[in-house]
Design a protein around this ligand. Structure first.
Ligand code: GDP
Ligand code: MN
Length: 388
């Protein structure tokens, strides 16, 4: 789960991390009122995407009047950044942030490191909006410092980070203290990313988190009911959102073959085999090992709500999940929704005969496949409107 910058900064502040003063605003009047408290300010589009600065989503305003006119232009605009894709994101909220005088910009983040089974602090003296370019052209300028999840943050890791950023004396102390708070936040809230870009050194010698991104591990959200109100479903793909309500692992893609699969590994293999035969998957979907008829039905509904889908490939290996359950869900869903596009089904495993019989008896025009390759070929042909 992602949250907005203003929410991330509120959370950082609650952990004692230094952030500039800021006030969220949903209307032009609110923006004006907030800006009046600061003199000069920065008006920042609140969308779940980085790269806003380069796309016109971060603007300096010397006066509250200027903030008003900037807010007027920004609210409701479609912000297209490097990260949003061409469809962009509508700006529904702003953060009015007190302007600060910046001396230097740094990059600082904490994320999981599966290889080391721990955390890693990522630091670079080349922070700011060019960090992606730095990563590409000067990867050596970005340094990783491992942190154990058992031992937590240690000062020597902070000393190393300060060395990377070129911070000494009091600034080094500030950095060590900040890192301790960020690691604490990361661990306590089950984050997947805490990123401060830029972390800045102000002209009066203070470290400040000028931008903040905090992402949470979806699999741990059940431990954090306090985070639920921060979710902004306007920022999420509606199909992925309804999938999450049905406990489905769903990722929306841009192809035309809807995939309904059980097991993440099989779902990946299904996408691969579709690609291998020249097709393009419309989604990743793992209905899970314990899917009920209801869940299979909602999976179908979500796939069908995608206007790009021209054929569906159901690829099931019945292990814990039995083929007859899938078949029943399939038949019910297609009956209820009036299936308008071809469905190719490959069933294998537990209760496969029963499952095949349910489909046959249903009289529905479902295309049977003998194996994965056969299914992929048939689905690709069906999406093109030809017979395999
Ligand atoms: P992003 O482009 O989405 O990552 O948005 P940021 O919040 O990082 O803002 C982009 C850039 O605007 C930063 O890297 C800073 O250089 C600049 N910026 C943002 N806020 C301020 C501020 O209060 N004062 C100054 N001087 N620059 C700022
Ligand atoms: Mn940034």
């Amino acid at each position: 789960m992602k949250i907005h910058e203003y929410q991330a900064k509120e959370m950082l502040a609650s952990y004692g991390a230094p952030v500039p003063r800021g006030i969220p605003a949903k209307t032009v009047d609110q923006a004006y009122e907030a800006a009046s408290k600061f003199g000069s300010c920065v008006v920042k589009a609140q969308v779940h995407s980085g790269g806003r600065g380069k796309a016109g989503g971060v603007k300096f305003a010397e006066t509250p009047e200027k903030a008003r006119s900037v807010a007027e232009a920004m609210l409701g605009m479609k912000l297209i950044t490097k990260q949003t894709g061409p469809e962009g994101k509508i700006v529904r909220q702003l953060l009015i942030s007190e302007a600060v005088d910046v001396e230097r910009e740094f990059y600082l983040s904490i994320t999981g490191d599966s290889e080391r089974a721990g955390l890693v602090i990522v630091a670079s003296a080349a922070g700011g909006t060019e960090i992606e370019e730095t990563a590409k052209e000067h990867p050596e300028a970005i340094v990783q410092i491992p942190v154990s999840v058992i031992e937590g943050f240690k000062s020597y890791q902070g000393i190393r980070a300060a060395e990377v950023l070129g911070l000494e004396g009091d600034l080094q102390k500030q950095l060590i203290s900040l890192l301790g708070k960020l690691v604490k936040l990361y661990l306590e809230k089950d984050c997947s990313l805490v990123e401060i870009n830029p972390l800045v050194q102000t002209t009066d010698g203070k470290l400040l988190c000028l931008d903040a991104k905090v992402n949470f591990d979806d699999n741990a959200l059940f431990r954090h009911p306090e985070l639920a109100p921060m979710r902004d479903i306007n920022e999420e793909d509606p199909k992925e959102y309804s999938a999450s309500l049905s406990d489905l692992n769903y990722v929306s893609l841009d192809g035309d073959i809807g995939c309904l699969v059980n097991g993440a590994g099989l779902a990946m293999a299904t996408m691969d085999i579709i690609k291998n035969f020249g097709g393009s998957p419309a989604n990743f979907l793992d209905v899970g090992g314990s899917a009920t008829t209801e869940r299979v039905k909602s999976a179908f509904e979500i796939i069908l709500s995608d206007g790009n889908v021209k054929a569906i490939f159901v690829n099931i290996f019945g292990g814990i999940m039995k083929c007859d359950i899938i078949a029943e869900g399939l038949v019910q869903a297609t009956r209820d929704m009036g299936l308008s596009i071809p469905v190719v089904v490959r069933l294998e495993g537990t209760n496969v005969d029963l499952g095949r019989k349910i489909i046959e008896d249903s009289g529905l025009a479902i295309i049977a496949a003998s194996d994965m390759a056969d299914g992929a070929r048939k689905a690709i042909a069906a999406a093109k409107g030809v017979k395999a």
